[in-house]
Design a protein around this ligand. Structure first.
Ligand SMILES: Cc1ncc(COP(=O)(O)O)c(C=O)c1O
Length: 398
């Protein structure tokens, strides 16, 4: 393998949220941090070289991506996702979450209902609630080792609550599903029937395991395209979250106009110079790196699967089809939800993420060298083996 994902990079004292701020946030001391969704790997070497060259120039005045940026994005989407985009559809933002927030502001009014599928990425709740909209939930259903959509409930929630917009997470954080074309069509048709706008967060689009294929929701039909704000980004793909630039595709001219006006109204007039350099280099040169990354992450998944199924009888396995996130079911371990996260931090000395309303489940970020994942799983095993005495006075969740 020409790229090295095995050597641990010391991220301490780099102002990394994952490594430097967990203790400050009260999330546990001296823990292996496997929580927030970034990777412990160095990015594409060509990205570092492009940044170095730009930094050497030394002048960082106002800047915006040129035609070369659009060409790079367009070619990436055509070759990796078979989606042909028009330059005029593209609005740029510094982050997908700000784009989701702007889209909510444009497509709905205060007090309106916005649908999400739970368990969900916790910041969706935050953004919807802080925008003074109502969160409506379509719970995903766990069957064996995978989640599926309850389409009847999906439509019922829309009808009952007069839902105006649906935030689709595709591939899904945290449950790792890569939605099939049929599932996307079914959700899209229900939305069309009820006049529900779709905000499609496809930030994990590029991180899909063999045997699965990401389908761009808006690529499925002209009517879906016109009804959708598609949010994509190179940040998860190439580990560039600290240098954010997101690609927001809006084919409908009126919606795009409203989106750009709202974005400006929030004081956003451009994007930073360095993220654009990084993103363009990543799209132009990052394909071999990404292919190898997915192989490495697939190895981490296989390793974790063997470990969890073989050695952690109290932990339920959910098979990830995409993302680098594992969604682990600790309900059999017999903890109250609030106890679980603290127990894992105090006893296993690893930091995992909880998501609102998903009691008994924690998310583990697999994007670290395999030796780190192995160490974390061993610490988890040891903690769960020591758990019975601690568990005796706790009631099980179910
Ligand atoms: C599904 C999903 N959407 C959006 C974001 C945030 O994206 P950004 O950092 O570009 O705002 C994350 C971050 O983890 C995420 O998991």
């Amino acid at each position: 393998m020409p790229y090295d994902f095995d050597t641990a990079v010391n991220r301490k004292r780099t102002n990394s949220v994952k490594h430097d701020f967990a203790e400050q946030y009260g999330l546990g001391y001296n823990c292996i941090p496997l929580w927030i969704a970034d990777m412990d790997f160095r990015t594409v070497p060509e990205v570092c070289r492009a940044l170095q060259k730009r930094v050497e120039h030394g002048v960082f005045g106002y800047s915006q991506p040129g035609g070369g940026y659009f060409t790079a994005v367009g070619q990436w989407l055509a070759s990796r996702h078979n989606w042909r985009v028009e330059p005029r559809w593209l609005a740029l933002t510094e982050g997908v979450l700000p784009a989701v927030s702007t889209a909510i502001a444009v497509l709905t009014k205060p007090g309106d209902s916005v649908l999400i599928q739970t368990p969900s990425y916790n910041q969706f709740n935050m953004v919807i609630e802080k925008s003074r909209r109502k969160v409506v939930k379509n719970p995903l259903v766990l069957e064996g080792e995978a989640y599926r959509v309850d389409f009847d409930d999906f439509e019922r929630q829309i009808e009952r609550n007069g839902v105006k917009a649906f935030v689709l997470c595709s591939p899904h954080n945290p449950v790792g599903r890569v939605w099939t074309e049929d599932e996307l069509v079914s959700m899209g048709e229900i939305c069309m029937r009820h006049g529900v706008k779709v905000i499609s967060d496809e930030i994990f689009a590029d991180l899909v395991y063999p045997g699965h294929r990401h389908t761009v929701f808006a690529s499925l039909s002209r009517e879906f395209l016109d009804n959708t704000v598609t949010c994509m980004s190179p940040t998860k793909t190439f580990n560039l979250s600290g240098a954010p630039l997101s690609n927001i595709f809006i084919a409908d001219d009126d919606t795009r106009y409203d989106f750009e006006e709202e974005h400006k109204a929030r004081g956003n007039l451009g994007v930073s110079a360095l993220p654009a350099v990084a993103a363009q280099a990543a799209y132009e040169h990052g394909a071999p790196w990404l292919d190898e990354l997915m192989e490495y992450l697939g190895g981490n998944v296989a390793h974790a699967r063997d470990f969890v199924k073989g050695r952690l009888p109290d932990v339920g396995w959910t098979e990830p089809e995409g993302t680098y996130l594992l969604w682990l079911d600790f309900r059999r371990a017999g903890f109250w939800a609030r106890e679980l996260e603290a127990f894992i931090a105090d006893e296993a000395k690893i930091l995992l993420s909880s998501e609102p309303g998903a009691e008994g489940f924690l998310r583990l970020n697999l994007a670290s060298p395999r030796s780190v994942i192995e160490k974390a799983l061993r610490q988890l095993e040891g903690a769960l083996e020591r758990a019975p005495s601690r568990r005796a006075d706790l009631s099980p969740i179910e």
